[in-house]
Design a protein around this ligand. Structure first.
Ligand code: NAD
Length: 255
């Protein structure tokens, strides 16, 4: 079954955060006419966003609370979204947590928390959504990695974060190969410093100026910079792009 653009939905994980990348992504996609399924651990804010998007952009929306690191919760959340929305044609894996702990201070609990949310969580959601996409012979998957994966940390979050985000690049490439025959493209974006609250709260102007020093663009990023790239990779125009990691980092990492 082909999934026509006008009747597609996208699942956006991590969309509840008021100043986050997921919310900017869900908003832009709703504006472009996608039905939007919000999957976030923050139930109240997720529901609020789904209501706002439906009212503003007149698209079908649904919100489900789930912890992406719990596979059972994820599968049941996607079942709910699927029953409520037009066919799922897109997935934006945005949910994630930071972890500023130095390696020599790292506990096993922190290591597993970060890997479970930032890497296993993306696998659980992707695996469930890919089953539907494979059946429909259409899908676009985009996961949010980080420049931290490419530069060996060097950002606010440290080693387990960097490892999980590097894992997402491997997951992306391997899934692009395996799911390609089903009409599914799989890509990642690797943001540099973006002005959200994930780096221990809102960034002060001094901190932003300091972060911008390493960039070739004279400012830190905004969530809309990343949302625009995700929306492009989910669009019909991006049909010939798969297995790629697109850097949205103000030129921090060039390769
Ligand atoms: P944010 O903290 O504003 O948003 C994170 C979202 O994920 C929140 O809505 C939160 O409720 C949700 N979430 C957290 N744990 C969850 C769980 N276990 N299950 C379900 N949802 C969960 O952060 P952000 O800056 O918007 O980050 C979004 C993504 O971008 C993350 O994956 C992050 O690692 C990545 N990223 C951010 C930056 C940056 O500078 N902001 C840079 C590179 C990558």
């Amino acid at each position: 079954m082909a999934v026509e653009e006008a009747e597609r939905s996208v699942v956006v994980t991590g969309a509840a955060s008021p100043r986050g990348i997921g919310r900017a992504t869900a908003t832009l996609l709703a504006q472009k006419g996608w039905g939007v399924g919000v999957l976030d651990i923050d139930e109240a804010r997720g529901r609020e966003l789904a209501g706002e998007l439906a009212e503003t952009y007149h698209v079908p929306t649904c919100s489900v609370a789930a912890d992406v690191s719990d596979e059972k919760q994820v599968r049941s959340a996607v079942d709910t979204l699927e029953a409520a929305l037009p066919p799922i044609g897109g997935l934006a894996n945005v949910a994630g947590v930071s972890s500023p702990v130095d390696y020599l201070e790292l506990t096993s609990t922190e290591w597993h928390r970060v890997i479970n949310i930032n890497l296993n969580g993306v696998h659980y959601v992707t695996r469930r959504v890919a089953e539907t996409m494979a059946r429909n012979r259409f899908g676009r998957i985009v996961s949010v990695s980080s420049v931290s994966a490419q530069r060996g940390g060097g950002t606010y979050s440290k080693t387990p974060y960097s490892v999980a985000k590097a894992g997402l690049i491997g997951l992306t490439r391997s899934l692009a190969r395996e799911l390609g025959p089903y009409g599914i493209t799989v890509n990642a974006v690797a943001p540099g410093p973006i002005d959200t609250d994930i780096m221990g709260g809102p960034l002060t102007s001094e901190r932003k100026a300091d972060l911008a020093k390493d960039l070739v663009v004279n400012r830190v990023g905004v969530p809309q910079d990343v949302a625009a790239t995700i929306a492009f990779l989910l669009s019909d125009e991006a049909a010939f792009i798969s297995g790629q990691t697109v850097n949205v980092d103000g030129g921090l990492y060039m390769h």
